[in-house]
Write a protein that binds this ligand. Structure first.
Ligand SMILES: [Zn+2]
Length: 368
């Protein structure tokens, strides 16, 4: 700041011209490579320490009266030159500084757009198959009451089937009646009940979602996993419709060569019930390690909706002021459910279920 003020011994025109030419040259030199416009403005036009002010004070103080006017004119010219340089610098795009400049030979920074998680992708693929059949998606809460998760699905209190699903129950529920106690849903089936209570037939829903069981984690089990459930209720729905629907869905998911077969099974909320197997997609049914040399892979459970489920639904519909709509003599239906993890593991050859939840990018990037 404390720049030396040039000395001005004489105030004749030629001395003034020479002195101001030096200053004008100084300004031009600085504006040629101007980086910090604000610093330049302060240095020359600053109100207290600006060079114009300091030089003006020094020179005017010792100037003879007849030299004041020509001195003032030349100051104005210099000031105009500085202001013009500032206006030009401010209008121009900012200059890059030399050392930290942009290396145009560097590759650009790419922001990966992200992908569906393999579980979400598999779930969406399954849901899409049923959307094409005219099903719509239904969702429900993960914290359920005992009524929706068990009782209405024909698991009465103390039913032995309840022991097969180790359920995570919420604490502090003992004071409530058994059917109102809250728990983490053990399957997506409560959404069947919720949908039928809210709507009269026909119903065609597909229910993707997260479910919880008090299982120890191992290679094929996780306490939290995903299911896709389906429900179709209408007049004259038969077991043939169930078989045809699931056969089509398995071919759509695993390829048109896949065969399905149905084995008698048991679920409290369907009667009759069946386990569905597909022909092994790895060995085309010849037998390999993946299918334990049987040629078949068990994939889902299904059955015709048990009339006791319809009775529970109608009972609740009437209790909340609605009309019964599920007379088992008039309506029938089928339901099915499958595990998303299991299907994703088969589709992608994943042997450890935990990899889906690990968040390991090396694993997840393979699905990009
Ligand atoms: Zn096989």
């Amino acid at each position: 700041m404390n720049e030396e003020i040039p000395n001005l011994p004489n105030y004749d025109d030629s001395s003034l011209d020479a002195a101001f030419a030096t200053l004008a040259e100084e300004v031009r030199g600085e504006t040629a490579s101007l980086v910090d416009v604000e610093a330049f403005r302060l240095r020359w036009l600053g109100r207290k320490q600006g060079r114009l002010k300091l030089i003006g004070e020094a020179w005017l103080k010792s100037a003879p009266p007849e030299a004041r006017k020509p001195l003032g004119m030349r100051f104005n010219q210099l000031k105009q030159q500085i202001e013009a340089a500032l206006a030009e610098a401010e209008a121009a795009p900012p200059k890059r500084t030399g050392k930290a400049g942009i290396d145009v030979t560097l590759p650009g920074s790419v922001r990966a757009p992200g992908i569906e998680h393999p579980l979400l992708k598999t779930m969406n693929e399954i849901v899409r198959v049923f959307h094409h059949l005219g099903y719509s998606t239904a969702l429900g809460p993960q914290v359920e009451s005992d009524f929706y998760n068990f009782e209405a699905l024909n698991f009465p209190p103390n039913h032995p089937a309840r022991d097969t699903q180790d359920t995570l129950v919420l604490a502090g529920q003992q004071a409530k009646p058994s059917r109102d106690r809250l728990l983490m849903r053990t399957h997506t089936s409560p959404v069947q009940i919720r949908t039928m209570i809210a709507e009269a037939p026909p119903i065609r829903i597909v229910v993707p979602g997260k479910v919880h069981r008090n299982d120890a984690a191992d290679a094929t089990h996780s306490p939290v996993f995903h299911q896709v459930e389906g429900l179709c209720v209408d007049h004259n729905i038969t077991f043939s419709d169930l078989k045809g629907t699931l056969d089509h869905a398995m071919k759509a998911l695993f390829g048109s060569d896949v065969k399905t077969r149905f084995f008698p099974s048991f679920f409290p909320f369907t009667e009759p019930s069946a386990d569905v197997q597909i022909s092994c997609i790895f060995c085309a049914g010849k037998g390999c390690r993946k299918c334990k040399h049987s040629g078949w892979i068990e994939l889902l459970g299904c059955g015709m909706v048990d009339p006791a489920v319809f009775a529970s639904v109608d009972e609740r519909r009437v209790a909340i002021g609605g009309q019964p709509a599920y007379d088992p003599a008039k309506v029938t239906g089928f339901a099915f459910g499958m595990g998303v993890e299991r299907i994703a593991m088969i589709l992608h050859g994943v042997s450890e279920i935990g990899q889906f939840y690990s968040g390991d990018m090396r694993f997840l990037e393979q699905f990009a």
